[in-house]
Design a protein around this ligand. Structure first.
Ligand SMILES: *[C@@H]1O[C@H](CO)[C@@H](O)[C@H](O)[C@H]1NC(C)=O
Ligand SMILES: *[C@@H]1O[C@H](CO)[C@@H](O)[C@H](O)[C@H]1NC(C)=O
Ligand SMILES: [Ca+2]
Ligand SMILES: [Ca+2]
Ligand SMILES: [Ca+2]
Length: 443
């Protein structure tokens, strides 16, 4: 699985847990368009026109408190206080005196990564209004609304902070306070406190991955990962990889497998296994049926895969939970590549390789000759010994011999042509033979 997907999932999970007021919190309904008119530099012109507007058909801003989104018109004009200390407090204007009307204030709190912010209100006293349309405090983080508060007491449509602690998913938090034009009673506003606290990254699992592949060590303001003996921390500082590309398999047959097979193979690794046997042998690979390499239902092996390179032929990529079929190469040198990405737990693969010598053509037994050993087929490094039946002798390249050996060579050819057997009847036969040869040559 890709990192981005994991991160996305973990973020989504984080959001849900930290925002208890999500249901109430979508304040598309704004407490009037007031802030626009008020804070705008064109106050003098805009406000009276809009409010007293005699023009029918143009709805007055006062009459439609629902229509305008909060952020767009207000944000650019709002006075923002930036806070970066590890703890601090914020309060409504004039606190502990009543807050003025027409105010819009924002506090952006931001601390170092590795911390989150906790915010609570020790005093809260705002004008009550249906769905907090008039005066309100809104807490946001990472573009999400975490809480929307107003009023004096908790009701069905008004949320007060009471002793709730609001936690930011990450290291920043934004608090927005807004009061409308009305000021019927004297509301004393709010006082809030925040502090930074360490995020224990090690105990916060994302959906299916731990933060660290092997060991996680939390510390205040951060964390780090380490690996079991024999593994190396990958440059992503999170996964544990292995050195798995050295050594050449030179035996005629053998077994190779992913590291730790059938326990899950290491992540973030690129391994290559080279098999090299004598020329004339052709390597054959047979995978263990316990094959488990991370795959994808639609895309061909995007995460982890096994590939086999044999001379100019390539086999694979292979992944999934079914072993690849037997691979008969026509090469004596084979490289098996294995790539794993940074996630997932899969058992891996194992394969047995054997080498088969090149086959030599079938041999026909010449008349009166005997072959040893007699086999249905012969391959590289096999030898065949020719002898003749009693009373016959071998003749090869003008010489008589007791026996003669043929070798099946690396390229699949015999070292020479088979000899022939001739009747041995002392010198007479020999002379006869030379006569034959002589008679033949001038023709
Ligand atoms: C304060 O935070 C809000 C919401 O995250 C953001 O839109 C705004 O740009 C920030 N203001 C400043 C001055 O950083
Ligand atoms: C991993 O850690 C090193 C040293 O602590 C740091 O320089 C590097 O940027 C980190 N890499 C990543 C991908 O976080
Ligand atoms: Ca008010
Ligand atoms: Ca930490
Ligand atoms: Ca994987």
């Amino acid at each position: 699985m890709s990192v981005s997907l994991v991160l996305l999932l973990s973020m989504a999970v984080g959001m849900v847990t930290v925002s208890p007021v999500v249901g109430v919190a979508t304040p598309t309904a704004t407490p009037l368009a007031t802030p626009v008119a008020t804070v705008s530099p064109m106050v003098g012109v805009v406000t009276p026109v809009a409010t007293v507007s005699p023009m029918v058909g143009v709805p007055t801003p006062v009459a439609t408190p629902v229509a305008t989104p909060v952020e767009t018109p207000v944000a650019t004009h709002v006075a923002t206080q930036l806070l970066s200390a590890m703890y601090g407090s914020l309060s409504s204007p004039n606190f502990p005196e009543p807050y003025p009307r027409h105010s819009a204030l924002r506090w952006n709190i931001s601390v170092a990564p590795g911390y989150r912010l906790r915010l609570y209100f020790s005093h809260f006293h705002l004008e009550p209004s249906y769905l907090c349309q008039y005066d309100y405090v809104q807490v946001e983080a990472d573009g999400e609304v975490l809480a929307l508060f107003c009023g004096l007491d908790q009701t069905d449509t008004e949320d007060v902070p009471s002793l709730k602690i609001i936690s930011s998913p990450r290291n920043s938090l934004s608090v927005f306070f807004c009061s409308d034009f009305s000021d019927e009673e004297r509301y004393t506003g709010f006082l809030a406190h925040y502090s930074a606290e360490d995020v224990d990254e090690c105990s916060e699992r994302s959906d299916e991955e731990l933060v660290c592949d092997h060991f996680c060590h939390n510390f205040i303001g951060g964390y780090y990962c380490s690996c079991r003996y024999g593994y190396l921390l990958h440059s992503d500082n999170r996964t544990c990889t292995v050195e798995c590309s050295d050594g050449v398999f030179r035996e005629r047959s053998g077994v190779l497998s992913s590291v730790d097979f059938p326990s899950p193979y290491p992540k973030s690794s690129d391994c290559s296994y080279r098999i090299e046997v004598a020329p004339g042998f052709r390597l054959r690979l047979q995978f263990d049926p316990r094959f488990d390499v991370e795959d994808h239902p639609e895309v061909l092996c995007p995460y982890d895969h096994v590939k086999v390179l044999a001379g100019s032929s390539e086999f694979g990529p292979f992944c999934g939970d079914r072993a690849p079929p037997e691979i008969q190469t026509d090469s004596n040198v084979v490289t098996v590549f294995f790539h794993s990405d940074n996630s997932g737990e899969n058992a891996g693969w194992s394969l047995q390789y054997t080498s088969i010598g090149s086959k030599c053509p079938a041999l026909e037994t010449p008349p009166n000759a005997m072959l040893n050993p007699v086999q249905s087929e012969y391959s590289f490094k096999d030898h065949v010994l020719f002898t003749c039946s009693p009373g016959y002798r071998l003749l090869k390249d003008g010489e008589t011999l007791d026996h003669y050996q043929l070798d099946c060579q690396s390229d699949g050819s015999w070292s020479s042509s088979p000899p022939l057997c001739y009747k041995t009847d002392s010198g007479r036969k020999r002379r006869a033979l030379s006569t034959i040869l002589t008679n033949h040559s001038p023709d």
